[in-house]
Design a protein around this ligand. Structure first.
Ligand code: MG
Length: 349
């Protein structure tokens, strides 16, 4: 549908594995002093001195996590890195290195991998991380991507899921639901395209939510902002599966309850209008949609004055005693129990 018209196809067989890795990674430069040795030996060597290393891994599978009929490979490279960096920032740490491993079938030429690595390179530049290793191998069908992200933080900076206390405020960055609705728009246009391949989709009215789906940004800026505001969250998690399930993770790990207020959930105007177009409830989408990669965290009430004027942060509720349970307080002021509808269960409905 949005396929690259680049017709040049260089077969991977001519390069060999080490030739391929060297070809794809030769322009990556080392930016961190903690990277003592990057690509080029049996293993990378990292030295964080007085800091802790934070490590997170994700595996992305074609047909399950991404669809190449509307996901350009450069965006896929960028997004694959974002998915991982988001988990590092959710620890209140700074991402410093990544490894990138891919398995691909022989239907992909070298040019396709170059596009993918161009996206990885852009992410490395924007987020200041070093590519320090990885692997490329063949798959019988489709593409698999595994990225490991490494970050660092001093012990006193680290934030876990388990620190929320009664009366803490529940805060979210950015706005929610856009990535899921962007996916709905792209899926719809894909079906239109199947029926009439001459029909070029007009995605302009949906540019914000399509970008949220195809090119999300991990919230490094929020970690930096919190540092500047001198606010250390009591607990934190990134929103990969939808607000509802992430809140439940925080509450379960912290052994607390919460009240989330429906009218406080931040929604972009495009999310509201597109929800109406798809005859879906925008609150349900924010609660269950997923892939927004915003940060959800709790703060002590005494820190509220430091964040209240900030347009990037919204207080959406508060932490309650465990016995009170986890609830959504609706616009009609009724309390309903929060349920963990993740991305997958939501799709099956
Ligand atoms: Mg996470």
């Amino acid at each position: 549908m949005l396929e690259d018209k680049n017709q040049q196809r260089t077969s991977l067989e001519n390069l060999g594995e080490f030739g391929l890795i060297n070809h794809l990674t030769k322009h990556f430069e080392i930016q961190h002093t903690s990277t003592l040795k990057g690509i080029g030996d049996d293993a990378a060597v990292l030295n964080f001195k007085d800091k802790n290393a934070v490590v997170s891994t994700d595996l992305l599978v074609e047909g399950v996590h991404f669809d190449l009929s509307y996901m350009p490979l450069k965006h896929l490279g960028y997004k694959s890195v974002m998915v991982n960096l988001s988990d590092i920032y959710a620890m209140n740490a700074i991402a410093t290195q990544i490894t990138v491993s891919i398995a691909i079938s022989n239907r992909f030429p070298l040019e396709a991998l170059e596009e993918f690595y161009a996206g990885v390179a852009q992410a490395c530049n924007v987020y200041n991380v070093d590519l320090i290793g990885g692997d490329t191998t063949s798959s019988t069908k489709g593409m698999l991507i595994s990225i490991t992200a490494i970050g660092m933080a001093k012990t006193e900076k680290l934030v876990y899921r388990s620190g929320a206390k009664e009366n803490d405020l529940l805060v979210v960055s950015g706005d929610l639901g856009g990535a899921y609705l962007g996916l709905q728009v792209l899926e719809r246009e894909k079906e239109v395209f199947k029926v009439n391949p001459n029909n070029q989709p007009d995605l302009e009215p949906y540019s914000y939510i399509v970008e949220r789906q195809l090119k999300p940004e991990a919230r490094m800026d929020i970690v930096e902002l919190l540092e500047k505001l001198e606010v250390k969250p009591t607990s934190m998690i990134d929103i990969s599966d939808g607000l509802s399930s992430e809140i439940l993770h925080l509450c379960a790990n912290s052994e607390v309850g919460c009240n989330l207020f429906e009218d406080k959930i931040p929604l972009d105007p495009t999310v509201i209008s597109t929800s109406e177009e798809f005859k879906m409830d925008s609150t349900t989408i924010a609660l269950s949609g997923g892939e927004d990669y915003e940060l959800l965290f709790t703060i002590d009430q005494t820190d509220f004055p430091k964040i209240k004027a900030n347009p990037n942060l919204t207080v959406i509720g508060h932490i309650a005693a465990k016995e009170e349970g986890t609830h959504l307080v609706t616009r009609a002021n009724t309390k309903i129990a929060l349920t963990a509808q993740g991305w997958n269960s939501f799709n099956e409905e």
